[in-house]
Design a protein around this ligand. Structure first.
Ligand code: GDP
Ligand code: MG
Length: 503
């Protein structure tokens, strides 16, 4: 059975992901890994896309992509209270690690502060819809420059952080992973490797934290100071959820700042910490994400073997070894070129990967993705107290049952279209159009009189009245209709994009 055939409300376990290489990587990065349990939440009216729940977040998927995933249905898994879960953990106060605080220094003794007047450069990076644009606008105010990344037409926004003239922050494209398969991901990787910003501000949606931390984990191995901006905390708190920030800071080894970008809460604190770690060059705590004692032991051994093998190349190419090792194990040819590995080394890496796949019982891409999600799960079990039901979810489900219902969706769609047409051509549009026509007619007659009075040359007179007034006038009379249609469309667009259908 494939995932697109899974009935609503049913649980299933992923058996395999069959898609072609590029799409497959994307699906794995989104957490659709063999052995993962998921639930079908709903279908859109025409059956496409579908919404899934897995690993504590929701995911929207095209039906044809879902069809590439082979599954086996299972009964609803028993609710498992994770050991050392947030419920018990939150009762103990975790000491504040104080990373990125003034006065305190990071455990990273190698950190060498930048000279006092050095321009501090920041990269803003995060998933789509995590609030990146909202935060960027809060950080820079109206003082931003828009251009393109060299060689590609993807918006590049730059600006100084408000009240910190000696800073420059660059908004990178919204991405889920650093796998160099899409242009957006390549831009982000190139930017981080070539421009070496002094600090990465990683914006994370606290309501979809497991999916967002997948990118965070890859940023942590870039050997650049990272600060995590935990966004949408207002929504999480509003729904009764909470996060043990101190514990998360300790586990990730970087400063974590709860914020609400849209309400401008915590943004000042974020900026203070970001400027601090950028200036003092406090890098993420060095740690292994793969646990050598659990099922990821094989991945752990393979990564370390590759790190030893390519250490000299990674130093020469100025690319952090841990990042390189993961990419090479994942078969990311993009970095292979930069590293200039010789044939023996490439073959050795292939052998290491083969051995790892054999021991792990999973192909290399799935194994790496699984290793990352295992670490994320550990972090979240100890730090995140999820709201049981989200208010938005309930509201959106209620609206969806009607708007996207099997029998109601299409009639409602036509009713709304009919209403828009009625407003446009009858009620508002035609009324406005009449007023407009009247005004233009009056104006024409008045100006015609004046031209005759002034004795203007006949040719010019004709040009103005018959050409400009008649021509532009008849175009202008369509303006009201277009305006009404445009505003109806804008209104429909904002109302119809329910949060649940955002990916
Ligand atoms: P981007 O795709 O990452 O640039 O995300 P946007 O900045 O466009 O934000 C996506 C949506 O989240 C918008 O509807 C924002 O209004 C909303 N949003 C952003 N920040 C917050 C926040 O802190 N709290 C809440 N509740 N919503 C937010
Ligand atoms: Mg945006």
């Amino acid at each position: 059975m494939n995932l697109s055939e899974l009935p609503i409300g049913q649980f299933a376990v992923i058996k395999s992901v069959k898609a072609e290489k590029k799409l497959r990587r994307h699906l794995l990065d989104l957490g659709l890994i063999p052995e993962t349990t998921l639930k079908m939440v709903k279908h859109a009216p025409m059956g496409d896309p579908v919404e899934l729940a897995l690993r504590g977040y929701s995911l929207t998927l095209r039906r044809k992509d879902a069809a590439q995933i082979e599954i086996e249905t299972v009964n609803q898994p028993a609710f498992r209270q994770p050991e050392n879960s947030a419920d018990t953990r939150l009762k103990k106060e975790t000491a504040h690690p104080g990373l990125g605080e003034d006065g305190l220094f990071h455990s990273d003794k190698d950190a060498t502060p930048l000279p006092d007047h050095e321009l501090l450069s920041f990269a803003l990076i995060g998933n789509q819809n995590s609030g990146k644009t909202t935060l960027f606008n809060q950080l820079t105010g109206a003082k931003q420059h828009v251009g393109n990344f060299p060689g590609v037409t993807v918006d590049r926004k730059n600006g100084a952080i408000r009240h910190y003239p000696n800073t420059n922050i660059t908004d990178l494209p919204g991405i889920y992973s650093m796998t160099a398969y899409s242009d957006e991901e390549k831009i982000a990787i190139d930017f981080l490797l070539d421009n070496k910003p002094h600090c990465i501000i990683n914006i994370v949606d606290a309501n979809n934290i497991e999916r967002n931390l997948y990118l965070t984990m890859q940023l942590l191995s870039m050997d650049i100071p990272v600060i995590v901006a935990l966004n949408m905390m207002d929504e999480l708190a509003n729904n009764g959820g909470s996060i043990d920030i101190n514990a998360m800071e300790e586990l990730l080894g970087v400063p974590v700042i709860p914020i609400s970008a849209s309400k401008n809460q915590g943004v000042d604190e974020l900026v203070r910490h970001a400027v601090h770690i950028a200036h003092f060059q406090e890098k993420p705590k060095k740690q292994d994400f793969c646990d050598k004692n659990d099922h990821n032991g094989a991945v752990h051994r393979a990564l370390h073997a590759i790190i030893h093998l390519i250490h000299d190349h990674s130093e020469m190419a100025h690319i952090p070894p841990r990042f390189v090792a993961e990419k090479l194990l994942e078969d990311d040819s993009y970095l292979e070129k930069r590293l200039k590995l010789d044939k023996n080394e490439q073959e050795t890496i292939e052998h290491i990967a083969l051995q790892m796949e054999k021991e792990r019982g999973m192909d290399k891409n799935a194994a790496i993705a699984d290793m990352r999600f295992s670490f994320i799960q550990k972090v979240c079990e100890q730090t995140v107290n999820k709201p049981l039901t989200r208010k938005e979810q309930i509201r959106s489900q209620k609206i969806d049952t009607i708007l996207t219902g099997k029998y109601t969706a299409i009639p409602i769609f036509f009713a709304i279209m009919a209403l828009i047409f009625y407003l446009t051509f009858n009620l508002l549009g035609s009324g406005l159009q009449e007023i407009f026509e009247n005004l233009i007619d009056k104006g024409t007659v008045w100006f015609d009189g004046k031209l005759t009075l002034w004795g203007v040359n006949d040719a010019l007179h004709g040009l103005i009245i018959d050409g400009i007034f008649a021509g532009v006038g008849s175009v202008l009379t369509f303006l009201p209709i277009i305006v009404v249609l445009f505003f109806s469309w804008q209104f429909w667009k904002t109302q119809a994009t329910l949060p649940a259908w955002r990916l």
